[in-house]
Design a protein around this ligand. Structure first.
Ligand SMILES: [Zn+2]
Length: 401
């Protein structure tokens, strides 16, 4: 255990600081659409990451295109991203990233951060992903304080829009993935401490169905019902479940119609599709188009499909296995058992892996109850996962890997 022992002991001593940072950051509401809160998070993160002594750049993101309830597009603003490029002359480089938005909107009832039973911290985003921000910062500070500082180049990308599919930051991740050897993301580990190996891909799609309004009593037969057409689309979509192994189609939301005496002229269906294997994607896209072509044959009905697979599936290929095994070696040295399992969830790690960069994306704290008012972390996992990350970075810097 002599290997890097003083640095690892320094990280252990940072445990109270990591708890304080996580508490402070989780107390700032930064729901993906809370621009004021996201800007404030960007400010406090800029201050906190200044300790690494590399310039923190702020990058304005283009607005997100969303389809409103009237079926028309609207531009929705996004918060800023933060980017650091350290030791730019170094060709051996890693990319570290995590989001600072959460799923809790500004008016969420879940705002308070508090200690739970024993060594738990409960609060919005403590696991997903503000504890991960603290872990990343302390691990990087450990590297930069070591005698190996400067022998490994690194970029940090912190984004404000992951919980809504990274519409503005996906391109930044793909650009930052270029000429890196490894991607490290600080999403929470699974409740039993496992990391995530393979991940399903995910796509959000919106079906905008337009028909023709008419009086339901006087003129029913001249109307063209958008709700009936949407219902037919939905049934056809649901019947695709089971066609491709591991793929699922979830009809998340349907809306349409108004007064009961009007044949409705607008209906909107919002659908999430998950997919296990990249080779299924073209066929799945084709099937969606077959369904709308069929419905579009009905006179007076027009269906438009919007959306894409925003996160491709992540295959756990040999390059990923190599890096996960290296991390497990670091875990053995620290007496932290490192296991991994597959997940249906998608994150920015999907994009990095699909872009050709092997990525370990669950280096954040061990937590539970994410995306709910029961969100919490095991506080001891903060220093534990920071040591794990730091040891991996130090060994890469030293040339062990
Ligand atoms: Zn997350």
């Amino acid at each position: 255990m002599a290997d890097f022992a003083p640095i690892l002991a320094w990280i252990d001593a940072q445990q109270p600081r990591m708890e304080a940072l996580t508490t402070q950051w989780a107390a700032i509401n930064s729901g993906s659409h809370n621009i004021v809160g996201l800007t404030r998070m960007a400010d406090v993160l800029t201050d906190a990451f200044a300790i690494l002594r590399h310039p923190v750049q702020r990058i304005a993101l283009p607005p997100q295109n969303v389809i409103q309830s009237n079926g028309e597009f609207a531009a929705r603003p996004l918060g800023p991203a933060l980017f650091i490029k350290a030791h730019p002359h170094r060709t051996k480089r890693v990319l570290l990233g995590i989001h600072f938005d959460t799923v809790y909107p500004a008016d969420s009832e879940f705002q308070k951060v508090q200690r739970g039973n024993g060594l738990e911290l409960c609060g919005p985003g403590v696991a997903d992903a503000k504890g991960g921000l603290a872990i990343m910062l302390i691990a990087l500070q450990a590297l930069e304080q070591s005698e190996l500082a400067g022998s490994l180049g690194w970029d940090v990308l912190l984004n404000p829009d992951e919980e809504i599919g990274s519409p503005g930051s996906a391109a930044l991740f793909l650009a930052a993935a270029q000429s890196k050897i490894l991607g490290l993301l600080f999403e929470p580990a699974l409740p039993d401490g496992s990391l995530v190996g393979a991940r399903k891909g995910s796509g959000n799609f919106v079906f905008v169905v337009r028909g023709k309004a008419a009086h339901a009593g006087r003129d029913f037969h001249s109307g063209r019902s958008s709700t009936v057409a949407l219902a037919q689309i939905i049934v056809a979509l649901d019947q695709l479940n089971g066609r491709w192994p591991g793929a699922t189609i979830n009809i998340g939301r349907m809306a349409g119609g108004g007064a009961l005496n009007i044949v409705p002229d607008l209906a909107i269906g919002r659908v999430n599709i998950r997919c296990q294997l990249p080779e299924h994607l073209p066929e799945m896209r084709r099937e969606l188009h077959v369904i709308i072509e069929e419905i579009n044959k009905k006179p007076g009905i027009n269906v438009q499909l919007h959306g894409e697979f925003h996160a491709p599936p992540r295959i756990f290929d040999p390059a990923h296995a190599t890096w996960f095994n290296r991390l497990a070696q670091c875990g053995t040295q620290l007496a932290i058992p490192i296991r991994w399992q597959d997940s249906g969830g998608a994150c920015d790690g999907n994009r990095l892996s699909a872009g050709g960069l092997p990525t370990i994306d669950t280096l954040g704290p061990v937590g539970d109850g994410i995306h709910s008012s029961a969100e919490r972390i095991d506080l001891t996992s903060l220093a534990e996962r920071a040591k794990l990350t730091a040891l991996l970075l130090l060994k890469i810097a030293r040339g062990d890997f």
